[in-house]
Design a protein around this ligand. Sequence first.
Ligand code: NDP
Ligand code: 2IT
Length: 447
Amino acid sequence: MLHERLSEIYDNVLRRNPGEIEFHQAVREVLESIGPVLGKHPEYAESKIIERICEPERQIIFRVPWEDDRGEVQINRGFRVEFNSALGPYKGGLRFHPSVYLGIVKFLGFEQIFKNSLTGLPIGGGKGGSDFDPKGRSRHEIMRFCQSFMTEIYRHIGEYTDVPAGDIGVGQREIGYLFGQYKRITNRYESGVITGKGLSYGGAQVRTEATGYGCAFFVDEMLKARGTSFEGKRVVVSGSGNVAVYTIEKVQQLGGTVIACSDSSGYVVDDKGIDLALLKQVKQVERRRMATYAERRGGNATFVPGASVWEVPCEVAMPSATQNEITGRDAETLVRNGCIAVGEGANMPTTPEGIRIFEEVGVAFGPGKAANAGGVATSALEMQQNASRDSWTFEFSESRLRQIMRDIHARCLQTADEYGMPGDYVAGANIDGFKRVADAMLALGLI
Ligand code: NDP
Ligand code: 2IT
């Protein structure tokens, strides 16, 4: 239910952004949480902070022409939505996936504002990407696409302005091509313009692992808050990309057994536990599909094509693929099978119906804004190292990440308590993330 004033604001968002359903969903979830804040802080409504937060500061849409290996010209669309810079330069990843359109970029940019705020670090919110489909493309095609994308976007970004990073379809290889082209066009070795770089040219230790490790740390905290741990738990992780792989790695180190993971072709169930070295070889080195993992693993593993990984019984679910991948029905299945905790490694992977079901039965539910904030937090640490021309050890960087995730977890719980919703991590994350941005916007005048 929405507070009356918030309901008007939401209707306006619907009117001004027709058809952008993922953006509507992300806005609604935040507005549903912040009603109680407006009662305590009338100054936010007086200064129309919420109306302002829902309107991006700047939206950039551009043409990305490039030539494929057969010499044919291809045209894609590029986006960068610079949503909010009250706390620092716009910060957020780039997604290359055929489903990308303005509504996806805006939902991701909107989420990013509150997530980045929750980290406590000086980063604003933004997101970008393209409807380019990297699947089946050669390394040269990817490079040419990245160079063309940067040739347009370089004029909008900078270490003090807007700092992109990776997301779906954009990993270290793409970041390298993007940074190389930025350096070439500007004639500046401006390391802090992009994060997720390789270690040989200004990247930070633990950034590659950070989102997955951070999500595992967050779930570890949620389990501890309930007097339990990963020890002996069956864990299901969706996806098998950057976030999924390092979620699996850290969950295994923390004592859990990851018995299933997936890609868009289907899932693998492996009762003895996913063989991480084999998964990395198949997905990261050879860039093959999930079925190849099952073939090579032999009798232990089964590949189930075209089905939902959430039908595999588990105690902990860690969605790490894409938005709206846990439907209401999936949530019912998970609850029926004894799931006690969900940590969102992906952005908005659970539908509103799914969240309602988890909350009704008291599943510990860690929303993406909080649970996957370790990635962007470590990006901010990468910016810090670039600015001071320093590089930290793996151990130190991981200890910083762990502490950041502990702090986010504690702040979510504390804020939820303060507003009379104990244990509600969604409310805690939305309110805490919102307040820090709102206070900065008030202090900065009419921005
Ligand atoms: P990757 O591209 O490395 O991996 C994405 C994985 O999700 C792949 O296994 C992919 O399968 C699967 N997937 C993607 N889209 C779909 C779809 N529409 N249906 C089914 N499966 C799909 O991306 P990341 O691991 O970086 O990102 C995963 C999620 O985590 C995203 O929601 C992203 O926004 C979020 N995230 C990422 C962060 C980061 O630092 N990278 C930080 C915080 C959140 P396939 O290969 O078959 O398409
Ligand atoms: O969704 C996210 O937080 C990311 N894709 C990472 C953003 C970043 O700037 O590191």
